[in-house]
Design a protein around this ligand. Structure first.
Ligand SMILES: Nc1ncnc2c1ncn2[C@@H]1O[C@H](COP(=O)(O)OP(=O)(O)O)[C@@H](O)[C@H]1O
Ligand SMILES: [Mg+2]
Length: 225
């Protein structure tokens, strides 16, 4: 479970990224996080990853209060969380297999397990057989598939996707969306996006942010700009 209790985040120079935000996301729930640029979406992602701590309020992930400066289990927390970014963040000098394997390194798995997990993840994202291909030979959509495979291996419970379709054309964006739909019900997914077409067609829960405030939390929502 992911829980924000009255969370605010203010930066040293005074700009406020989040104002008194509260919500709860259950295990295996799928949630869209929407709102204009600067609304606070990435700040929520970073608070969950504990790249930020809140200025006030509490962030709880799977019963652990991660908002305290004294929280000591950041590595363990991040082992449970896969992240997909807008700009893929795939390493150019590593092939598909190596890029995905990097996120399994910290788990101390045996080589045989690593190979099996990667094979299964590549099948799920539709990249079977592309193990040895380097990023320069992949399209934007394929790069994002590699990034999703990297985010899901290692039996992670939570997937944070921060505008994962932001650099993709509409058709490719939908193909990527379909992969997330396949994961639905198996993982907690927080999908930050501007893509109103996708949000409006899928009728999932939508958290709407505006200027750091949570202005709407709709069960089977749509999203108007
Ligand atoms: N590290 C930072 N230092 C200062 N201000 C920041 C930092 N990160 C984000 N902000 C500010 O917080 C607000 C919310 O940003 P962000 O969460 O990135 O929004 P979004 O992802 O919805 O576009 C913006 O005004 C942004 O400039
Ligand atoms: Mg952002």
């Amino acid at each position: 479970m992911i829980k924000f209790d009255d969370v605010s985040k203010q930066f040293p120079l005074g700009n406020i990224a989040l104002k008194n935000v509260s919500f709860e996301i259950n295990d295996n729930e799928f949630v869209f996080l929407v709102g204009p640029s600067g609304a606070g979406k990435t700040t929520i992602v970073k608070l969950i990853l504990r790249q930020f701590t809140p200025t006030s309020g509490r962030v709880t992930i799977n019963e652990h209060d991660v908002s305290q400066k004294t929280f000591k289990h950041v590595e363990e927390l991040r082992r449970d969380i896969g992240v997909v970014f807008q700009d893929f963040k795939v390493l150019p000098d590593k092939n598909t297999f190596e890029n995905i394997a990097l996120s399994l390194k910290v788990l101390g798995l045996r080589q045989r397990q690593i190979i099996a997990e990667i094979k299964e993840a590549l099948r799920l994202v539709g990249l079977s057989g592309k193990d040895n291909v380097f990023p320069a030979q992949l399209s934007a959509g394929e790069l994002q598939r590699v990034a999703i495979a990297r985010a899901i291996v290692g039996s992670r419970d939570i997937i944070l996707a921060d505008e994962p379709t932001g650099n993709l054309d509409p058709k490719t964006a939908w193909e990527i969306m379909k992969i997330f739909k396949k994961l639905e019900g198996e993982k907690t997914i927080i999908f930050a996006t501007h893509n109103t077409d996708i949000v409006n067609s899928l009728k999932k829960r939508v958290l709407v942010l505006n200027e750091g405030g949570l202005v709407k939390d709709v069960k089977k929502g749509g999203y108007e700009v």
